[in-house]
Design a protein around this ligand. Structure first.
Ligand SMILES: [Fe+2]
Length: 312
């Protein structure tokens, strides 16, 4: 299962878990507002304590040979795209976080922390691009394409009307992303589409598939969504093979390369994570209610203690 999702990073605490491998679980992503940085913190994320050697992120090869996606994506493209661009993101990230408070954290943690509610910190671009590319390589396979089945197909038909309409929407997102960026299929359990907003009254109806596009390195993790599929529309992904014909690249990518088995597996894992998150939220809510009740009882037992103290 872990081969289905980004698992490049030996640092990750739970390599078999779904996309957010971070040590705090996915609920961490649901409350990104907990991260705030003062100006001082922005300047000084660097540790002053003794230098510890944390494991570095590693560049993992795609789960197929570099010539396996031909003739759609050439070996030469993979040699540049994975061998140089992806490698640079990982290497630069390791340099950027060395000796800072981010060192030793999972990649997903680094992404959410350094996204910083849209006011991004220096490590964000390399961290997100390292994650995005792993996710991208694992989204496709030689001989992919076709049509999904099972729950994924049912949800696609429910949320987009039909598989064909979904594909149209995905193609539009990928072709209209201005400049560099990504197109995504993601699963969300939050009605709000505004940045890091948290829906206080989430319902079952909020859970749905969405197509979104994102500029540069941004990915749906920063909004608390569960990414299922991505298309890299940076020019480095297709220019050697398609030059400026981005729509042709996108069509062939969808028709011949997407691994719907991987996308289905990610959806199932997202559902499990959401169920766990809901269970945890429910537990916290019960605890808070019990705390309130207990506090209330104490207050009623000694309602006049202050006044009595005054009399004495
Ligand atoms: Fe790329």
């Amino acid at each position: 299962m872990n081969s289905l999702l980004p698992s490049t990073f030996s640092l990750l605490p739970s390599p078999s878990a779904f996309l957010p491998h971070h040590s705090h679980g996915f609920s961490y992503l649901a409350s990104p507002t907990s991260f705030t940085f003062s100006n001082k913190e922005r300047r000084c994320l660097r540790n002053d304590g003794p230098v510890e050697t944390a494991p570095k992120f590693e560049l993992k090869p795609p789960p197929y040979p570099l010539n396996a996606l031909e003739p759609i994506i050439s070996q030469e493209t993979l040699e540049y795209h994975w061998g140089k661009h992806h490698r640079a993101y990982v290497e630069n990230l390791n340099k950027q976080i060395a000796g800072t408070d981010l060192e030793g954290k999972s990649l997903e943690d680094i992404i959410v922390i350094s996204y910083n509610k849209g006011d991004i910190l220096p490590a964000f671009n390399n961290a997100a691009q390292a994650w995005n590319h792993d996710f991208f390589w694992e989204s496709i396979k030689p001989g992919g394409g076709g049509k999904p089945s099972g729950d994924l197909l049912k949800l696609i038909e429910r949320d987009f009307g039909s598989f064909e309409r979904f594909i149209d929407e995905l193609k539009i997102a990928a072709t209209t992303q201005f400049g560099s960026g990504w197109a995504w299929l993601a699963y969300k359990d939050n009605r709000l589409d505004v940045g890091n907003a948290v829906n206080p009254l989430a319902t079952e109806e909020d859970k749905k598939l969405v197509v979104v596009k994102s500029p540069n390195a941004v990915n749906p993790l920063v909004w608390g969504y569960y990414p299922l599929l991505t298309i890299d529309v940076w020019e480095h992904a297709y220019y050697l093979d398609f030059q400026n014909r981005r729509p042709d690249y996108i069509s062939l990518f969808i028709d011949k390369l997407v691994s719907w088995e991987v996308v289905s597996s990610r959806l199932e894992q997202a559902k499990v994570l959401i169920a766990e998150k809901e269970k945890e939220d429910e537990r916290k809510k019960r605890e808070e209610e019990e705390e309130l009740l207990t506090g209330g009882s104490r207050a009623q037992m000694y309602p006049y203690s202050d006044a009595e103290g005054i009399v004495e």
